[in-house]
Write a protein that binds this ligand. Structure first.
Ligand code: PLP
Length: 387
């Protein structure tokens, strides 16, 4: 397969996927893969999910697109459900994570009425467009793309004092992930996140949480900030919300949203009816029972990895079904991911040393066992070679 006409934006694996069914993908040669990557935290209900597929097929036969100039009950219904689930008032629908962050930045600046500086964190990742990239505190993504949008400061993660010391009279918001996914599955502590909430309130600053990777059930709560007993002012989400169809949702409090008037923001495709149909089903399926299964299976997966007691594993961290396995120096997680593909297992990576495991919510104990034995085999083989 020759990808020469595709812009060179991804280091692609050589396998080509031909179909998906449940927790599995199949390549063009018929080989089966256990999908513990889920399109990087997107297809959380697996592939070809019977109820989500029916919802999508039904909408495909009704209409594909109607301008946001017209009323839409499915959009209203989804917005109402997200509002109930988040504790926030308004929802803006877009098509991706980066757009949901762009909307968050615009909302914050509009609310700020002249205050425009946003504090985000080193190791954070918020997307590839100019606003979200300017907020991203990983400079490897910046190279060659200067100049950036002014008004962003990056401070160390999990360091409340660093945020405190960066606040000035122009600060309008703090933008944070509760778990830095792309940055290595680094967990923000409850103390830190609660501290940020208080700090923002005391200084009349907005707290924006990027739930693009961690939201929509991935951590065992509908939104990951709900583990920490806080409510942000703005939430950005996307990825898993429509199980693979492009949809972003930015939520905000009444105080923030009331500054927005027609014409201030918009999107031609945002809240596309087919994506909304999928998302309405995803949200309905994600009940308390499933959320506690996600938490329980996440713990079981993390414990099983710990029990392997592999010396080349430095640390295992995560929440629900977003798990990072950090390896000691000299062990490349990219090599491990490649070898796992040979064993019929797909996973992600974060940087050079962390394997990012993002299984679908429909997994079974059997699939956890399959994953664990493939991981044990691959890590043992690669570690032997390095000795
Ligand atoms: C936390 C976070 N924010 C934003 C984004 C950007 O999302 P998208 O690729 O849909 O634009 C990502 C993507 O990985 C992400 O993980």
């Amino acid at each position: 397969m020759n990808y020469s006409k595709l812009l060179n934006t991804y280091s692609r694996y050589s396998i080509e996927i031909a179909k998906g069914e449940g927790a599995y993908l199949y390549d063009t040669a018929g080989k089966k893969y256990l999908d513990f990557l889920c399109g990087i935290a997107v297809t959380s209900f697996g592939h070809n999910h019977p109820e989500i597929s029916v919802a999508v097929k039904q909408q495909v036969e009704i209409f594909w697109h109607v301008s946001n100039l017209f009323a839409s009950s499915p959009q209203e219904n989804l917005a109402q459900k997200l509002s109930n689930l988040s504790g926030l008032e308004y929802v803006f629908f877009s098509n991706s994570g980066t757009e949901s962050i762009e909307a968050a930045i615009k909302l914050a600046r509009k609310w700020g009425q002249g205050r425009n500086e946003i504090i985000s964190t080193l190791g954070g990742f918020h997307g590839r467009t100019y606003g979200s990239l300017s907020a991203t505190g990983q400079y490897k993504f910046w190279e060659g793309f200067e100049p950036f949008v002014p008004g962003f400061t990056h401070v160390p993660y999990n360091d409340l004092d660093a945020v405190k010391n960066s606040i000035n009279k122009n600060t309008v918001a703090v933008l944070i992930e509760t778990i830095q996914g792309e940055g290595g599955v680094n967990l923000g502590s409850t103390e830190y996140l609660k501290g940020l909430r208080s700090l923002c309130t005391e200084n009349n600053i907005l707290l924006i949480i990027d739930e693009v990777q961690t939201g929509i059930g991935r951590t065992g709560k509908f939104y990951s900030y709900q583990h920490h007993g806080i409510i942000p002012d703005i939430v950005a989400s996307a990825k898993g919300i429509a199980n693979g169809l492009p949809l972003g949702a930015t939520l905000c409090s009444k105080a923030v949203g009331d500054y927005i008037k027609p014409g201030n923001h918009g999107s031609t495709f945002g809240g596309n009816p087919i994506a909304i149909a999928a998302a309405n089903k995803v949200v309905d399926l994600l009940d308390e029972k499933l959320l506690s299964k996600i938490e329980q299976y996440g713990n079981s997966l993390m414990n099983s990895i710990k029990e392997l007691s592999l010396p080349s594993i430095k640390e295992i961290r995560g929440k629900g079904l977003i798990i990072g396995v950090e390896f000691v120096q000299g062990i490349s997680c990219k090599e491990i991911a490649k070898k796992l593909i040979e064993e019929g297992v797909l996973v992600g990576t974060s940087g050079e040393s962390v394997l990012r495991i993002l299984p679908p919510f429909i997994i079974t104990e059997l699939e956890i066992k399959k994953f664990i034995s493939a991981l044990e085999k691959v890590v043992t083989e690669i570690s032997k070679k390095k000795v």
